[in-house]
Write a protein of this length. Structure first.
Length: 134
């Protein structure tokens, strides 16, 4: 397994995760353009909570999504650096290494935008190459 290629592929996830969180927290890029819609979202209630509003739920979903990407990249980078033999010999860890990016590609293609989808495609390519170099 090529550690450099694996780290590069995982770095894409970490960068996208941090970037996504930064866009949410420090810009209005993820806000609706329509101020009326934004007011409705902030007033809207979520069925699971009598006190929560839809805008807080959306922000929480964005941040948990960001955290998941960062943790995925961090986990596999740490594993490749600290226990490469365990990573190389584990079918389930290798499956996760390739399945998660494939699922992100599908989600990005189906629900999101071209830029994250293309980044996930590059990440998966790097990860596939890292696994192929045994």
């Amino acid at each position: 397994m090529d550690t450099t290629l694996l780290i590069l592929g995982c770095a894409i996830f970490v960068i996208l995760g941090i970037g996504h969180a930064a866009l949410l927290l420090f810009s209005t890029k993820l806000d609706p353009h329509d101020p009326v819609l934004m007011a409705h979202i902030k007033r809207g209630k979520v069925g699971l909570s009598a006190t929560g509003n839809l805008w807080n739920a959306i922000q929480g979903f964005h941040l948990s999504h960001s955290l998941g990407m960062v943790l995925f990249g961090w986990f596999y980078t740490t594993l490749a650096l600290e226990s490469p033999a365990a990573l190389q010999s584990s079918v389930s860890l290798n499956l996760g290494l390739l399945l998660v990016p494939a699922l992100y590609i599908y989600l990005a293609h189906r629900f999101w935008f071209r830029v994250p989808r293309n980044c996930f495609v590059v990440a998966l390519g790097l990860l596939l190459l890292s696994v192929a170099y045994r």
